[in-house]
Design a binder for this molecule. Structure first.
Ligand SMILES: C[S@@+](CC[C@H](N)C(=O)[O-])C[C@H]1O[C@@H](n2cnc3c(N)ncnc32)[C@H](O)[C@@H]1O
Length: 268
C-alpha cells in the first residue's frame, strides 16, 4: 500500500497548485457529485475533510442552508485562501475554514458532525487513521462519504507510473488502498462503519486537463519519489511521458479521457 504523503510535504505542493486547481472542471464535477449522492439535509453539521478550494464544502453549504454549518479542513494555507475567496464571492456565511491535519482533529469533540465528506482526498491520508478519526467525530446515525479513483485510473496517471518504471522509479498507484468497491467496503468496516452506498461511475476529463498532467503528477502523491531524480533524469522522463501521452490522445482519446471512480458511503 502507498505511504500517505506527510502533511509537511503535501502543504507546499498544494500551496503551489491552489491558483489553478479549480480551473479543472472535473474537480468541480467530482466534488459536487459526492455531495449530490450524500444528499445532505437542512441544518446538518458537516465536516469536509481535505476541502482544498472548498468545492464540496460549498456545495454542501448551499443545501444545508443557514441553519446548518460546514467545517472545512485542509492542511494547505494556499488552498484555504482560494476557498475563502470563493466562499466570500458566493455570499455563504455557514462555512468555517480550519487549517489542520484531517486525520487528527482533536479540537472537535466526539459526535460533532452529522455528515463527513472527503472528496479526492484520501489518497493523501492514512486511510485507517482518517476513517478512525471520522468515526469518532460522527454522531451515531451519521454518514461518511468519500470518493476515490478506481485502481489504475486516471489512465494518464497509470501511463506516468509506467514511464517512471523505465527511469527506475517504482511508484505505487495511490488508489491502491481504496481502488475497488470491495476495498472501500472493507475500509469502512475496519473503521467501524456500516457500508451503505458504493457507487461506481465514470468521470470525463478534457484534453485541456492533460496539458497540466506532468505538473499534476509531479506535484501530486508521487512528489516525494519524483524529487529523488536528478534534473537530467526528470527532463528525460518528462519528455518521454509527454510524447506518450500525446500519442495516446491521438490513438485512444476516449480511454485516456475517461476515468472510473467510486463514491463510497458508510453509516456510523
Ligand atoms: C486533490 S485535493 C482535493 C480537494 C477537494 N476535496 C476537492 O474535491 O477538490 C487534496 C487535498 O487534500 C489536502 N490534504 C492532504 N493531506 C492532508 C491532511 N493530512 N490534512 C488535511 N488536508 C490534507 C491537500 O492540501 C489538498 O487540498
Amino acid at each position: 500500500m502507498a505511504e500517505p504523503n506527510s502533511p509537511d510535504s503535501v502543504e507546499p505542493i498544494f500551496d503551489r497548485r491552489a491558483a489553478t486547481y479549480s480551473n479543472h472542471t472535473w474537480h468541480v464535477r467530482y466534488a459536487e457529485r459526492l455531495v449530490e449522492l450524500a444528499a445532505p439535509t437542512t441544518g446538518m453539521r458537516v465536516l469536509d475533510a481535505a476541502t482544498g478550494t472548498g468545492l464540496a464544502a460549498i456545495a454542501a453549504a448551499r443545501v444545508i442552508g443557514p441553519a446548518g454549518h460546514v467545517v472545512a479542513v485542509d492542511i494547505s494555507t494556499g488552498m484555504l485562501t482560494r476557498a475563502r475567496q470563493t466562499i466570500a464571492a458566493a455570499g455563504l456565511t455557514n462555512i468555517e475554514l480550519v487549517r489542520a491535519d484531517a486525520t487528527a482533529l482533536t479540537q472537535f469533540g466526539n459526535s460533532s458532525f452529522d455528515l463527513i465528506l472527503c472528496s479526492a482526498g484520501l489518497l493523501y491520508l492514512s486511510v485507517p487513521a482518517a476513517l478512525g478519526e471520522w468515526h469518532r467525530l460522527l454522531a451515531p446515525g451519521g454518514q461518511v462519504g468519500f470518493s476515490t479513483m478506481a485502481a489504475g485510473f486516471p489512465v494518464a496517471a497509470e501511463l506516468f507510473r509506467d514511464h517512471a518504471r523505465r527511469h527506475a522509479l517504482i511508484l505505487t498507484d495511490p488508489a491502491t488502498a481504496l481502488g475497488t468497491r470491495k476495498r472501500c467496503h472493507q475500509a469502512l468496516c475496519d473503521a467501524g462503519f456500516t457500508p451503505a452506498n458504493l457507487v461506481g461511475e465514470t468521470i470525463g476529463f478534457s484534453s485541456h486537463d492533460l496539458e497540466h498532467a506532468w505538473e499534476a503528477h509531479t506535484r501530486g502523491p508521487h512528489h516525494d519519489a519524483v524529487a529523488t531524480l536528478t534534473p537530467k533524469q526528470a527532463e528525460t522522463f518528462q519528455r518521454d511521458y509527454t510524447e506518450a501521452l500525446a500519442d495516446l490522445l491521438r490513438t485512444d482519446e476516449d480511454h485516456l479521457l475517461t476515468s472510473e471512480v467510486i463514491y463510497a458511503f458508510g453509516e456510523r
